[in-house]
Design a binder for this molecule. Structure first.
Ligand code: ATP
Ligand code: MG
Length: 563
């Protein structure tokens, strides 16, 4: 594969410079480093596409590394879900699956080296005292009274920390940098803390655990990473990232590059809040189809191609911004437009009897599966005397320019005939419309010789005798406001939740072919949107469809109105 050296973004521009200068001997090696403390979301997808995509672009490699330095929050369930999600998105780490915990022994040795260099010390201040000694943005910090311990004493105390001689939280190992640095991250940051916690991989072998800022640059180094791409909040940590590598005198040091994280309107990217939504039962789980998680999007029916396309289009930048969720929906529609089967499903059925249609006749009508993609072929759909249409498609007292069905008016039934509404039957007690009596014009069959008489409205329908029952779930945004993370108050996000984010319709009727629907296919229910089977709640004899996205495309409208 030829290497594409054109810079599509500032990260590629940096890599091009390195390649030109021969900095890493022409190598490009990235990594995606999730912390296994939650499920991945669409923001992580941006990072995954960027890291794996950049490696692929330069014929390089990308590792999957679990950043599992904090045993108190991490679980095996998250590790498994993350692997599944990265694979599903279409990326392959081959044999390069790593855990920061694989390096605990080497990291310990690096820490010992820093002590020997006089650049790390054991500190007995309490966490509160450390905070107090650190100073503020406007005030320099003060040196810890333990800062000038001898190398021998530090080596001895650090070894005994490892051996479990001291209480949790009673001592830490700190880097000896500069308590007056304008960058708070450089004020003797903690490298190791004592925590008696069982780790999902190392069990109870360790009672001291390294901090992320210490473990990360060295894990990158140990894996031969060249470009360590991370999000903007780590910009102020870069001097520390470099300090560890430089102070240890390491060669071929990886380079940290920051980019802006993805924020999306009407949802949240904070793992903490997503976790709360799951734990408080606001949603049914991490894979609830309303969640911005990869597993939620997958369950909803979104394809990996649509997510990759979205990540490509938003690009990478150096300043934070929020992307309109309409753009994600637009990418999903673009992807499904040519691949979804166009079928008919009536979500809120209203009975229609065609009085002049023979009782026992069933006609098999031809229907194309996708007019945008003739290769998808055609199918037969049955037409008979009793049908269902959408309740919404009938009005007894229509306003002007109402082109659906009303008394005395005509509409075309898609793939079938023109019908006319003759009479309305109501429930005697409630006055509710329960049935329409219609007639059909047999000369107007779609595709037939004289089938081209025109009427303004075309409705979808199903044949009562042949239709199959289904449950349909319609989704709306999880939050009522565009920026819930900014707008939340002391009550948190709760008041901002959209109470109507899911509508469940249990008496839908779908065309008979959908009895054989499969989870690998996507369907456009004519006039209703794109749908897919829910892989969890559907089963033999039970069809549950999720609406992936509606048909209306506000994003395309915004773009086309010449903005
Ligand atoms: P935490 O607050 O738990 O650290 P995190 O969102 O940073 O959460 P990580 O598991 O550390 O989660 O993230 C793995 C990688 O994905 C990191 O490199 C991080 O920078 C990147 N990432 C996380 N959220 C986003 C986002 N919204 N947009 C782009 N990249 C993201
Ligand atoms: Mg993180």
């Amino acid at each position: 594969m030829a290497v594409n050296t054109e810079a599509a973004n500032f990260i590629h521009a940096i890599i091009n410079e390195d390649l030109k200068a021969g900095t890493y001997g022409g190598r490009v090696h990235t990594r995606f480093p999730p912390e296994p403390n939650g499920y991945l979301h669409i923001g992580h997808a941006k990072s995954i596409c960027l890291n794996f995509g950049t490696a692929a672009r330069y014929n390089g490699l990308c590792n999957l590394r679990f950043d599992d330095t904090n045993p108190s929050k991490e679980e095996v369930e998250f590790v498994e879900s993350i692997k599944e999600d990265v694979r599903w998105l279409g990326f392959d780490w081959e044999d390069r699956l790593f855990y920061a915990s694989d390096y605990f022994e080497q990291l310990y040795e690096f820490a010992v080296q820093l002590i020997k260099l006089g650049r790390a010390y054991v500190c007995d201040l309490s966490p509160e005292e450390i905070r107090e000694y650190r100073g503020t943005l406007t005030q320099p910090g003060r040196n810890s009274p333990y800062r000038d311990r001898s190398i021998e004493e530090n080596l001895d105390l650090f070894r005994r920390m490892r051996e479990g001689e001291f209480e949790d939280g009673s001592r830490v190992l700190r880097a000896k940098i500069d308590m007056a640095s304008p960058n708070l991250n450089m004020r003797d940051p903690v490298m190791y803390r004592i925590m008696r916690q069982t780790h999902h991989r190392t069990g109870d072998k360790w009672c001291i655990y390294p901090m992320y800022d210490f473990a990360h640059p060295l894990s990158d180094y140990l894996e031969g990473i060249t470009h360590s791409i991370c999000t903007l909040e780590f910009e102020d940590h870069r001097p520390l990232y470099n300090w560890y590598l430089e102070t240890l005198g390491l060669q071929n040091r990886p380079k940290q590059i920051e980019f802006a994280r993805l924020n999306l309107t009407y949802t949240v990217m904070s793992k903490r809040i997503l976790r709360q939504l799951v734990e408080e039962g606001v949603v049914s789980g991490w894979d609830d189809p309303r969640m911005p998680t990869i597993s939620g999007l997958r369950r909803r029916g979104v394809t990996p191609a649509a997510i990759r396309d979205f990540c490509e289009r938003i690009g990478v930048a150096k300043s934070n911004s929020t992307v309109d969720i309409g753009l994600l929906e637009h990418c999903i529609r673009e992807d499904l437009n040519k691949s979804a089967y166009r079928v008919m499903a009536v979500l809120r059925p209203l009975k229609v009897v065609i009085e002049n249609y023979p009782e026992d006749l069933v006609e098999e009508l031809d229907a194309e599966n996708n007019p945008e993609n003739p290769a998808m072929g055609t199918r037969k759909i049955p037409f008979s005397r009793v049908l269902y249409i959408e309740q919404d498609d009938f009005l007894e007292d229509p306003p002007k320019k109402y082109f659906r069905l009303s008394p005395g008016k005509e509409v075309r039934l898609k793939h079938a005939y023109i019908i006319k509404c003759e009479r309305v039957i109501k429930d005697e007690k409630t006055g509710e419309i329960i049935e329409l009596r219609c007639t059909y014009d047999p000369t107007t069959r779609s595709g037939g010789e004289s089938g081209n008489r025109k009427v303004k409205g075309t409705l979808h329908w199903v044949s009562a005798r042949h239709a199959v029952k289904a449950e349909v779930r319609l989704f709306d945004h999880l939050f009522l406001v565009p920026n819930p993370e900014e707008e939340k108050d002391e009550q948190g996000y709760r008041a901002l939740l959209n109470p109507n984010s899911m509508e469940v319709l249990t008496s839908c009727l779908v065309e008979p072919g959908l009895a054989h629907a499969t989870t690998d296919k996507r369907y456009q229910f004519l006039r209703q949107g794109y749908f897919a089977l829910d892989p969890k709640d559907s089963g033999p004899g039970k069809l549950v469809f999720n609406r992936i996205v509606s048909l209306r495309d506000s994003w395309a409208k915004i773009r086309n109105s010449g903005s």
